[in-house]
Design a protein around this ligand. Sequence first.
Ligand SMILES: Cc1cc2nc3c(=O)[nH]c(=O)nc-3n(C[C@H](O)[C@H](O)[C@H](O)COP(=O)(O)O)c2cc1C
Length: 159
Amino acid sequence: MAADLGDLVAAHPLRERLRAAHMRALYGAGRQSAALDGYEEAGAEKPPDDDHDALVQRLKSELRAVDAVIFFTPEYNRSIPGVLKNAIDHGSRPYGESVWEGKPAGVIGVSIGSIGTAVAQQHLRNGLAYLDTTISGSSTMARARDTAVLEYPLSINAR
Ligand SMILES: Cc1cc2nc3c(=O)[nH]c(=O)nc-3n(C[C@H](O)[C@H](O)[C@H](O)COP(=O)(O)O)c2cc1C
């Protein structure tokens, strides 16, 4: 059993439950030292995030270089898309190295829905206010008949 689990751990080194089951099996078989080795290996295992790190660094340096940011968002189930939240969160970390502090920001939304992204925009504003961007209080919303044609012209309210 420990051998089978060892094969699974080798095939999926980042699966913590497999590692835990493997360590328990080794421990149960009286192989405490091997179980401890597994624990140390797990700590040394690093996710393959080199590309991810590079992308986050690029995002942050591009955000630092601009004078202001205009967020143009759809609304998904009454909030902003997860990828946008993820980008905002990455820009805010490590703690003390946020790119958002003092950055002028504006928010625009476009949607085919009648609510016109109002809720998503408010969610976005909450986060941006917390992150100390300088954000306009007014909203701009647009309804689109489809993703290409806007029913109303857009105006930008960033200051
Ligand atoms: C999963 C999902 C949820 C959505 N929820 C809302 C919503 O709550 N309010 C809204 O106005 N539009 C909503 N929409 C419409 C989008 O805001 C957007 O106008 C439309 O999906 C076209 O943009 P897209 O090509 O980026 O998906 C939703 C769309 C999707 C796919």
